[in-house]
Design a protein around this ligand. Structure first.
Ligand code: ACO
Length: 330
């Protein structure tokens, strides 16, 4: 059995910064409401048609360079996104083309905010069995183009941002290791945070009527999501800690999905630690769904909060509901 590690990381966000004050001009909202309830001050939104693969491409090149490998060394491409360019084929096919890697297997996964950690778990299994040596794993979202930017959609629209984070998961030859991954979900809550249309089992899948009813916009039962998130985030962190026989003192940094600062604060409180041990960069990117954990990891590394030998826990919770965690020795 081989061991896997995150060998390289890259990030890319659109240049266009959208502040809460910019949103005040589009809908009935306020900087105070958004900051107080979510911790978000600004997010990045694309300004021209940009596919998820296009947004991810520079992040992938950075991750490949950071891993010290070459494009031709990539054995498998996994993309986590809820915002593919088209219903089919997946974003990973478009990304493979941009990377000029014909023949390399590609896989899109759709587990929303948990997508990156699910992808890490998949990559880890393939490396452990010796099947592949270097896997490109990407979390990417172009969400801004699919939001209802009127007052009607404000509860969701103010939360989400665009961005991409990529890692190369490679066979480990030192102490760095993805030690364990833990996945879960409960589909009974699928409609608490969902996008109803296009509807896969109806003809037509999308109609003017559905569009008039706004069924193509994401909808969220915010309170229900909040309630479950504050329960499940600590549980998945404890699951990862137990698997490693770690106490919270053994953990150097928890990097949670960036859903909402109040959820992150509740997690820190439950763990009995300060926000110095539970990373957040939500103030500048908002909720970037599958991209949020790699973007947070990237910033935490740049800020020196994760160093060689650090014990890190990734924790995710999202639509589905789905959840996941990973224990990593950096
Ligand atoms: N600006 C101003 N007012 C707003 C906005 C907005 N953007 N959105 C909603 N409101 C209004 C509502 O219409 C409501 O008005 P009313 O009292 O006149 O009816 C009022 O604000 C309060 O609405 P609530 O839904 O009660 O607000 P709440 O305090 O619950 O906060 C929030 C809403 C922030 C969405 C909260 O429920 C929450 O944090 N939920 C967690 C959801 C989350 O973080 N989702 C992220 C995606 S899921 C994930 O990544 C895991």
């Amino acid at each position: 059995m081989y061991r896997s590690r995150i060998a390289g990381i890259g990030a890319n966000v659109p240049e266009n910064v959208v502040t809460n004050y910019d949103l005040e001009k589009m809908m009935d909202t306020s900087n105070e409401w958004i900051v107080e309830r979510t911790g978000i001050r600004e997010r990045r939104w694309v300004t021209q048609p940009t596919g998820a693969a296009e947004l991810a491409f520079p992040a992938c090149l950075e991750a490949i360079g950071d891993a010290g490998v070459e494009k031709k060394d990539i054995d498998f491409i996994i993309v986590a996104t809820i915002t593919p360019e088209h219903p089919m084929p997946g974003t990973s096919s478009f990304l493979q083309t941009l990377l000029e890697l014909p023949g390399v297997p590609t896989l899109d996964i759709r587990v929303q905010c948990s997508g990156f950690v699910y992808g890490l778990s998949i990559a880890d299994q393939y490396i452990r069995t010796g099947r592949y040596k270097n896997i490109l794993l990407v979390g990417v979202e172009v969400q801004s183009v699919g939001l209802n930017l009127t007052t009607e959609g404000r509860d969701v629209a103010v939360l989400f941002g665009d961005g991409a984070g990529a890692v190369v998961v490679s066979r480990s030859d030192d102490s760095s290791e993805i030690l364990s991954t833990h996945l879960g979900g409960d589909g009974r809550y699928a409609k608490e945070l969902w996008c109803e249309a296009p509807i896969g089992y109806k003809s037509p899948r999308i109609s003017k009527e559905m569009i008039d009813q706004g069924k193509h916009y994401p909808k969220m039962n915010g309170r229900q999501v909040f309630k479950h998130a504050v329960t499940i985030f600590p549980k998945v962190v404890y699951t990862a800690m137990r698997a490693q026989n770690w106490t919270i003192e053994d953990v150097d940094l928890v990097v949670p999905h960036q859903a909402n600062i109040r959820i992150i604060e509740a997690l820190a409180k439950k763990l009995g630690v300060g926000l110095d041990k539970v990373y957040s960069n939500i103030h500048k990117y908002g909720n970037t769904t599958a991209a949020s954990i790699p973007l947070a990891l990237y910033d935490a590394l740049k800020e020196g909060k994760i160093k060689k030998g650090s014990n890190v826990i990734l924790a995710a919770f999202g639509s589905g509901f789905t959840w996941a965690s990973a224990a990593i020795r950096w």
